[in-house]
Design a protein around this ligand. Structure first.
Ligand code: COA
Length: 334
C-alpha cells in the first residue's frame, strides 16, 4: 500500500508587516534583517486569527484543492503546532469540528519547527498500517502570540500561518522515505522557559519568563548539521542520490542556512524553493505553505522528487522525500 498526496492548501493572516515598519519600533533595520536572514516581510495574526482559525482556513483550501473524484472521508486530523489555542486541550479536535469532519481521530503534536515533518512521518505510518484511509495534516503556528515585541533577536524572524496536506491510501506512492530525530540535551536552545509544569511547580503557579527565546548562533550551526544528516538519511532510505532531487523545500528560517543545504545537495539556487522573504519563519507551517506557493505557481510538477527538511526546538530535526503526484492539485493560499 502506498500513500498519495491529494490536497494542499495554506492560510496567511491579512496583516502584512515589512522590515521598514519593524525598524520604526525596534532597534533594527531592513538591511540587517535582509542580509542576516533573507526575510523582507511577514504576516501577523489579528485577534481572531488564532491557530485553530488559520488551520480551519488552510483545511478549507486543501479540501478545495482535491481534484480526484472519490467518496472517502477524512478519518484523522493531525495539527502540528507549538502555539495551540489553549495549553489544554489540543487544537485538532476543534479544527475537525470547525471543518465539519465529524467525530474523527484528532490530535496535536509538538516538534516546534520540525512539527510538519514529524506529522508527515506519523501520517505515513497511520495510512500504511491501515489505521487511517484518508488524513489531513496541518502545520500551524501563531508565533507572534509567544514573542516579546521588544526582542529584536526573535520578533523580526517569525510570521504566522497554517498549511494543510491531505493524504490517502493508494497504489501510487508519493512519500518515498521519512526520517526524524531529537536531542533533549539542547532543549534550552529554543524554549519558552516558564508556563509549563516545571515552572508551575517551582514558581507556585506564577509564570515569569513566558516569551520565546532562541540561542540563534548555536541553533544556526545545529540546524545545518542536522538537516544535512536528515537529507542524507532520506536519500539512503529511498535508494536515491543527490542527482535524483528536483527540488529542496527546507524549513524557512534563514536564507544562509538554505544556501548551505542547497550547495550540500549540489542544487542550483532556483531548485531551493522559498517563501521566507514573504512570510518569515512560520514554524510548523513553513514547509506546507512553501509547497503550496510553488505548486500554485506551477514550479512543482508531477513526478518531481522533492526533499523537505526541518529543524526546530526540542531540539528536533527530520526530512522526507516526496514524489509529486500525477494528478493536478489546485493548491491555494487564502
Ligand atoms: N537587528 C539588528 N541587530 C541585531 C538583530 C536585529 N534584528 N538581532 C540581533 N542583532 C545583533 C545582535 O545583538 C548582535 O550584536 P552584538 O554583536 O553587538 O552582540 C549581532 O546582531 C549579531 O547577532 P547574532 O545573533 O550573532 O547574529 P547572527 O548572524 O547569528 O543572526 C539569527 C541571528 C537568529 C538570524 C541566526 O543566528 C539564525 O538564523 N539562527 C538560526 C535560526 C533557526 O534556524 N531557527 C530554526 C528553528 S526556529
Amino acid at each position: 500500500m502506498g500513500v498519495k498526496i491529494i490536497g494542499l492548501g495554506a492560510s496567511i493572516p491579512l496583516k502584512l508587516v515589512t522590515n521598514e515598519e519593524l525598524s520604526k519600533v525596534l532597534d533594527t533595520s531592513d538591511e540587517w534583517i535582509t542580509t542576516r536572514t533573507g526575510i523582507k516581510r511577514r504576516h501577523h495574526s489579528s485577534l481572531n486569527e488564532t491557530t485553530s482559525y488559520l488551520s480551519y482556513k488552510a483545511g478549507i483550501a486543501a479540501l478545495k484543492s482535491v481534484t480526484q473524484a472519490d467518496d472517502s472521508d477524512i478519518d484523522t486530523l493531525i495539527v502540528a503546532t507549538s502555539t495551540p489555542d489553549r495549553r489544554c486541550p489540543a487544537t485538532a479536535p476543534k479544527v475537525a469540528t470547525m471543518l465539519g469532519l465529524g467525530k474523527i481521530r484528532a490530535f496535536d503534536i509538538n516538534a516546534v519547527c520540525t512539527g510538519f515533518v514529524y506529522a508527515l512521518e506519523l501520517a505515513d505510518a497511520l495510512i500504511r498500517s491501515g489505521k487511517s484511509r484518508r488524513l489531513m495534516l496541518l502545520g500551524a503556528d501563531v508565533f507572534t502570540s509567544i514573542l516579546d515585541k521588544q526582542d529584536r533577536t526573535t520578533y523580526p524572524l517569525f510570521g504566522d500561518a497554517a498549511g494543510a496536506m491531505i493524504l490517502t491510501n493508494s497504489d501510487d506512492d508519493n512519500i518515498l522515505s521519512t526520517y526524524t530525530g531529537s536531542d533533549g540535551e539542547y532543549e534550552h536552545l529554543i524554549t519558552i522557559p516558564d508556563g509549563g509544569t516545571e515552572s508551575a511547580l517551582r514558581l507556585d503557579g506564577v509564570s515569569k519568563n513566558i516569551f520565546f527565546k532562541m540561542a540563534g548562533k548555536e541553533v544556526f550551526l545545529k540546524a545545518i548539521s542536522h538537516m544535512k544528516e536528515s537529507v542524507s538519511e532520506v536519500l539512503n532510505l529511498s535508494g536515491l542520490t543527490k542527482e535524483d532531487v528536483d527540488y529542496l523545500v527546507p524549513h524557512q528560517a534563514n536564507k544562509r542556512i538554505i544556501d548551505t543545504l542547497t550547495q550540500f545537495l549540489d542544487l542550483n539556487e532556483d531548485q531551493a524553493l522559498m517563501s521566507l522573504e514573504e512570510y518569515g519563519n512560520t514554524s510548523a507551517a513553513s514547509i506546507p505553505i512553501t509547497l503550496a506557493r510553488h505548486v500554485k505557481a506551477g514550479t512543482i510538477n508531477s513526478g518531481n522528487k522533492i526533499v523537505v527538511t526541518a529543524f526546530g526546538g526540542g531540539i528536533t530535526w527530520g526530512a522526507a522525500l516526496l514524489r509529486w503526484p500525477d494528478e493536478k492539485i489546485n493548491a491555494d493560499l487564502i
